[in-house]
Design a protein around this ligand. Structure first.
Ligand code: AMP
Length: 130
């Protein structure tokens, strides 16, 4: 079954895109734990992160690192947390979450953002990408 993330990658569903290359895609989480919460996903739909082959897994981590470095510059926070949960969407993805407190990493407290706020956040993060 086509995942919601594959539909986003294919442009069939909207998203607040941060970056893409031939293998990976990064966009803002629509129900963020914190401002700047970003998802990094392989374009190839694979359910579980650890089912990715070693080389793809390593490249996804490097791609995620590049996004995390930009995110840290763009969003005031103590550090960028990285999390793999994956119980909701069966398409491997890495959560990058700007952390001010441990509860930002816990997927219980959510932040509401307007369309304008999402758009301007995505632009601010993109501007920090190398
Ligand atoms: P999980 O599979 O448990 O890691 O959670 C999936 C994540 O994807 C959640 O944080 C959702 O808020 C996020 N999500 C689901 N649908 C969308 C969407 N259309 N655009 C952006 N993020 C989404």
């Amino acid at each position: 079954m086509t995942s919601i993330f594959t539909k986003i990658i294919n442009g069939e569903l909207p998203c607040y895109k941060i970056a893409e290359n031939d293998e990976f895609f990064a966009f803002l989480d629509i129900n963020p734990n914190a401002k700047g919460h970003t998802l990094c996903v392989p374009k190839k739909q694979v359910d579980k992160l650890f089912d990715l082959d070693e080389a793809t897994y390593s490249r996804l981590m490097l791609f995620s690192r590049n996004i995390a470095v930009a995110l840290k510059k763009a969003v005031p926070c103590k550090r960028i947390g990285l999390s793999v949960i994956g119980l909701e969407v069966p398409h491997a993805h890495v959560h990058l979450i700007p952390l001010q407190a441990m509860e930002d990493a816990l997927f219980c407290k959510k932040v509401k953002l307007s369309k304008n706020e999402f758009e301007s956040l995505a632009e601010t993060i993109k501007a920090q990408l190398k």
